[in-house]
Design a protein around this ligand. Sequence first.
Ligand code: FA5
Length: 361
Amino acid sequence: MPEQITITLTALRRKAEDIRAELSLDQAPPAELTTKYLGKKGKFNELAKDIRLVAPDDRKEAGQILNELKESLEKQINKLTLEQDLAPEWTDMTIPGQPPKLGHIHPVSQAMEEVTRIFERIGFTRVRYQEIDWDHYVFEALNMPPNHPARDEWETFFVDAPIDKKFGKVVLTTHTSNGQVREMERLNSQPPIRMINIGRCYRRQQDATHTQMFHQFEGLVVDKGITIQNLKGTLDYFAQEFYGPGTKSRIRPFHFQFTEPSFEVDFSCHICHGTGLVDGKDETGKPAKVKCKFCKSGWHEVGGAGMVHPNVLKAGGIDPDEYTGFAFGWGVERTYTLKPGLNIDDIRLFYSGEMRFLEQF
Ligand code: FA5
């Protein structure tokens, strides 16, 4: 069956003109133009297929139209290639430069700076002790003699290093409490001591609320007549300064080898203000008080505290009959995630290197 004639010479000419006009406006580099217009699947070949739709008597003239088109496309592309090759390399010095991407301080470092400023205002001195330390400072001087079962709680990384006769094994510090006796020694066992020790700690733990490397800040105050009231006042002061006015602290009985009595420290939830309840709706849709999803109980636990054990004072060369003291140690990451406005449910994000997370601080 003869093929249907659908294209006149006039239409073919118009199509050829359109292709020429399109090329004259095309800004692509010459190599791309060759593929786009003269390549196997290019615009010229697409049009050339139409020749079978031209009336047999007009085919000769149609061939000429196509030949002229091909020649003019080649000429135009060659001209552009030549111009590109001959174009002098130059730089427009007036174009504004690309500003370098500015980083900012890591959120955990921001938190440490804030904690430092808060405690410095009430006379604490910021110190930092080694994160790889002797067993002596991490455990033994803190009333945990060798083989004491309390040591098991700390999930310690031990360093493969020679054991010292006096100081024992080398460990990655499991808590900043190693700074307690070190600070007493630094001050030649002469109170008053008001230390805030912030540093890295390591434990064999890994989940949404625990990382193998994390930070703690440790407060230590030793002087004559220091009582639990001084500890509680300091906790309340920190709670208000760090979390905002109205935040309360709460201490609950606990056990640490190096404090007696010992406590766990909680701060009131800024969403439900310590009540554990927020405005919501009951099953029938009526307004009602419902459980606060952020804290579930009204309070958030941040760390431990207590009155310095007499054996620890003795290890630091201080007479426990003359002096008393309090200490506390909290996780920086944990304390920071509870700030109003932050909703971080996995502290591993801090160390993920995920820019979409870090750029928000
Ligand atoms: C201690 O580390 C005690 N040294 C605290 C202390 C100091 C008590 C002085 C008394 C006197 P604990 O193991 O509970 O206690 O840790 C304290 C806080 O550190 C925890 O509440 C948590 O906020 C943080 N923390 C502990 N382990 C991790 C971890 N693997 N990742 C992140 N934060 C952690």
